[in-house]
Design a protein around this ligand. Sequence first.
Ligand SMILES: Nc1ncnc2c1ncn2[C@@H]1O[C@H](COP(=O)(O)OP(=O)(O)OP(=O)(O)O)[C@@H](O)[C@H]1O
Ligand code: SF4
Ligand SMILES: [Mg+2]
Length: 369
Amino acid sequence: MTDQGRTTNANAERRTPNAAPLLAVEHLTTVFDTAEGPVPAVDDVSFEIRAGETLGLVGESGSGKSVTALSIMRLVQPPGRIASGRLWFKGRDLMTLGEREMQSVRGAEISLIFQEPMTALNPVFRVGAQIAETLLVHGRATRGEARDKSIELLRAVRIPNPESRIRDYPHQLSGGMRQRVLIAMALACQPSLVIADEPTTALDVTIQAEILDLLRDMKAALHLSLLLITHDFGIIAETADRVAVMYAGRIVETGPVREIFRNPGHPYTRGLLASMPGGRPGQRLQAIDGSVPMLGALPPGCAFNPRCPDRFEPCPAAPPPDYAVGSEHTAKCYLHDPAQSSVVLRQAVSNPQPAIRNPQSAIVPDAPR
Ligand SMILES: Nc1ncnc2c1ncn2[C@@H]1O[C@H](COP(=O)(O)OP(=O)(O)OP(=O)(O)O)[C@@H](O)[C@H]1O
Ligand code: SF4
Ligand SMILES: [Mg+2]
């Protein structure tokens, strides 16, 4: 919760009605109240999503991805709470809306697809009735129209025999089918933004690929924006336009996907890329040493410093702000501080073999999407 790192939201300043991003998250901090005091699960997070783009949010387990998604939906439950920040969506700050107004945003303008479909689907209602309910609640269909529209939606998400499938209960469907039903529900009201929180984690690889294809196709057909949350850089490579890398509640690097794969600026991103499967045949996977710190007991300075192969003098002193790495590419890392360049150079000469090597051995997306 530092003031540092607030240097790069230049896009917010140049916002005009036409150029405004669809969603601009500004300095979002979400805490969990504990006996020891508030613990930030999301700490001064800023990013934006433009119309029609896919932003990938990636990070290890516990880095704050889901809490970020729930915060955008204003669905954080006690002992969690949004402590500060703004959530600009289509020019309105969602933080200023009452619960009733938020209900008309959720599902209709912003949809959330959860990781585990069984927690999002009600086991005692038929899937057709659940899709119809979404349409009815938001006034997108009359009772007479809802059944036909539900069938249309199931067909759109490529469920065979939708006329009979609408009568199934969730437990009668496979995991992949249930995820398709959730996608149908998320798209039912034609939202502008879909947040997909690990939409394929529970599925096997073939079904995973089908669901990602479906999301990509639906996004293009409906001109959606997508916030795709994952711990898998392979999925980011295949699906996202830009990526934000999260560590210990903070966004430590952000930039276009192709640029981040070719020139990762943060040692944590390099570690994630080096540890991803899919490199050259025979390539050994490298794990990042150490583990994610407890949120209530972050190390001083850069939270990654105990695990960082590149740490140097300034790292434990204060959390690094965002530094420019390239066009639209920033990293919270002192390696990019022009004032530290002589120290960085000295270190590079004395230690030419960085501990995390070869990020380019991971899949590099062919072209910007
Ligand atoms: N209900 C809760 N009570 C207390 N702390 C919580 C609660 N939910 C989340 N947290 C804290 O917030 C942190 C971030 O959780 P979050 O679910 O956002 O992680 P994530 O990045 O989505 O991880 P994963 O990849 O495992 O889904 C957790 O490490 C946990 O400490
Ligand atoms: S600021 Fe220092 S410790 Fe943190 S990632 Fe950069 S080099 Fe590593
Ligand atoms: Mg999560």
